[in-house]
Design a protein around this ligand. Structure first.
Ligand SMILES: [Zn+2]
Length: 87
């Protein structure tokens, strides 16, 4: 095995907490997207699972774990007046 994995110094990391409830425990969840056969050129529609992390307490998805293009899409559909909390 090559030593490609970078050592992570946990003391130099910061905690990620849930935006909604300040929870600190998360579980992996899948956002499912459907790709139309007309877009993919395949003979069938396919389901695309996108792994994200969601709060174990309230189910809110951690934004940092959402891939950028999907983030935009999820923002568009969830129409709450959540102004961007940039810290
Ligand atoms: Zn939460």
């Amino acid at each position: 095995m090559e030593q490609q994995q970078q050592q992570i110094d946990l003391s130099k990391t910061t905690a990620i907490v849930c935006d909604s409830c300040d929870g600190q425990l998360f579980h992996e969840a899948l956002v499912l997207r459907k790709e139309s056969r007309f877009m993919s050129g395949l003979p069938y529609d396919r389901t695309v699972p996108v792994p994200v992390f969601a709060c174990m307490e309230c189910g809110t998805i951690v934004e940092d774990t959402i891939p950028q293009p999907l983030k935009e899409l999820l923002k568009d559909t969830s129409n709450d007046e959540h102004t961007e909390a940039i810290q």
